[in-house]
Design a protein around this ligand. Structure first.
Ligand code: F6P
Length: 531
């Protein structure tokens, strides 16, 4: 499969030069407070309702001309054609020759929606398989939910086979089946699985071995350890079959492990985009088939927004353009995520993989070195906890860190008066960052202000809203990656460390340091011999 890439790198467009001139003339010295004074309609102009997500972009360091030039850049880059190529199932993941179709996992079945999807063969065939697997997965989820003997479900997976499902299950905890506890084990540190197993009984436990490749060292090590534990606790070989399921594209490896119940998916689903596939089984067990379908429907609404809305009102695109403006013109190296929602406490960790594994690249899609920076560091903690940890630096440190606030209008589980207190803090931080206290005489108490933030508002944290929010981030990553001209769908950067670890592990037993650098050799000598 090959395809004629329809898009151009951002630095090879006329708009890129014009943006540089605009940055020198008006961008560098931009003042938010003055911008609000000049324009009474600034809030309306720079805010918008997308499916399930209201976004206030007005506290960002942009004006109408900045946005117009950024949109011009997106057009000159051919972003729309590239987006259409993804939605047509073209193999846009060039280094792996794969289509990128996680969005297809959210597409309603033509039989149910009554609408025929205009589709290439790749898409039409994919959609049939998607719905057959989804139906099977939801039936299986309902069977587990109805099985009173199963009280604990342990998902063993890492990266995309852990972060997405773990984040969603925590976010939708109010909807969780009361008789099911969901656990997520990822690290190859035995401390994690070991301390969980101490609390479990084989007869009441279901293990989900979640791995796209079914070869990942951490996951396979934990899976084997779980199997040994199961048998050592008196579980039988027959029991293994009932208590271990696999979620993978590698059906053969799952069968070799001895698993009979396997839900499959496809190579066109990237690991960090896979929570909508069989990898979502723990979510479906937690919230039920209808909840999972609602999650998909919310994401689909955002897919349609991204696919069909003109760029100037396309929220993922507007956010991606802001990312580029901050990273490549202002030089801001990171963005802090501040969800004022305890349910969303794992969102920053999830986004770290989504954004940095996708766009943390130093070469373009053709393999040529990039002369500019790409993905910012994404980090954060839920509010208000972050306020009592690192917000000091965001308010008064020398670096500017754009902050992304997320708040909910409706509380999930409100204890009296807590929700308005939580939301007031989010609003207050965004306002304080912008307004500052620049005229304070005492330098210690002076806040320069003019610190940018984006504010996302959801009605509530239900499956549909959460689905839309996640899809918003996925498409933003797609759009910024497209502008930067990189392949957002491979991850070669994780390979080298894996290879070296494979070489070093046996040396830890023998103490052999031949051929190693002096630092690694010195550390290894202190550690060996290790059983
Ligand atoms: O970190 C590299 C990576 O390949 C991720 O992209 C992926 O989500 C994770 O490892 C887990 O991979 P798998 O699902 O194949 O076990």
């Amino acid at each position: 499969m090959s395809f004629a890439d329809p898009h151009t790198r951002c630095d090879r467009t006329p708009a890129w030069q014009r943006l540089h001139a605009h940055y020198d003339a008006a961008g560098r010295g931009f003042d938010l407070r003055a911008a609000f004074e000049r324009d009474a309609r600034r809030f309306t102009r720079f805010s918008q309702q997308a499916p399930y997500v209201f976004a206030d972009l007005s506290k960002n360091l942009i004006d109408a001309q900045t946005e117009a030039l950024l949109l011009q850049l997106a057009r000159e880059c051919g972003l729309e054609a590239y987006r259409d190529a993804m939605f047509a199932g073209a193999p846009i993941n060039g280094t792996e020759q794969r289509a990128v179709m996680h969005w297809l996992l959210r597409e309603p079945s033509p039989a149910q929606s009554g609408q025929a999807l205009e589709a290439t063969d790749t898409v039409a065939n994919g959609l049939r398989e998607v719905h057959a697997t989804l139906d099977a997965m939801l039936r299986l989820a309902e069977r587990v939910r109805a099985d009173e003997a199963i009280t604990d479900i342990v998902n063993i997976g890492i990266g995309g086979s852990d972060l997405g499902p773990a984040m969603v299950v925590k976010a939708l905890d109010d909807l969780r089946h009361p008789g099911k506890r969901l656990h997520f084990v990822s690290n190859v540190d035995g401390m994690e699985l070991g301390s969980l197993l101490r609390q479990l009984r084989p007869a009441n436990t279901l293990f989900l071995i979640a791995s796209k490749t079914f070869t990942t060292l951490e996951t396979m090590t934990n899976a084997h350890a779980a199997r040994e534990w199961f048998l050592a606790q008196g579980g039988s070989q027959d029991g293994l079959v009932r208590h271990f399921y696999a979620l993978t594209t590698n059906l053969e490896a799952a069968a070799q492990f001895g698993i009979e119940t396997t839900l499959g998916f496809w190579d066109w689903v990237g690991g960090r985009y896979s929570l909508w596939s069989a990898i979502g089984l723990p979510i479906a067990i937690a919230i039920g088939a209808q909840g999972f379908r609602d999650l998909l429907a919310g994401a689909h609404a955002m897919d349609e927004h991204f696919r069909t809305t003109p760029l100037e009102a396309n929220l993922p695109v507007r956010l991606a353009l802001l990312d580029l403006w901050y990273r490549n013109f202002h030089g801001f190296a990171s963005r802090s995520m501040a969800p004022y929602s305890h349910g969303l406490r794992r969102l920053p960790a999830y986004l770290q993989q989504l954004e940095m594994e996708s766009n943390g690249k130093g070469v373009d899609a053709q393999g040529d070195p990039l002369p500019y920076a790409t993905a910012p560091v994404v980090w954060g903690e839920p509010g208000t906890n972050g306020q009592h940890a690192f917000f000091q630096m965001i308010h008064q440190g020398p670096d500017t860190v754009p902050v992304e606030f997320i708040a909910l209008r409706e509380p999930g589980r409100d204890l009296k008066g807590q929700h308005p207190r939580l939301v007031a803090n989010a609003l207050a931080q965004a306002r304080a960052l912008m307004m500052g206290r620049p005229h304070e005489q005492d330098g210690h108490r002076r806040f320069a202000g003019n610190r940018p933030s984006t504010f996302l508002l959801l009605e509530c944290l239900d499956p549909a809203s959460l689905g839309a929010l996640i899809a918003l981030y996925e498409h933003r990553v797609f759009a910024s990656g497209a502008l930067w001209g990189i392949n957002s769908f491979d991850q070669w950067g994780v390979e080298l460390g894996k290879t070296i670890a494979r070489d070093l592990e046996p040396r830890l037993a023998t103490g052999d340091v031949q051929g190693l650098d002096a630092s690694t050799a010195g550390l290894l000598r202190r550690l060996a011999p290790m059983a």
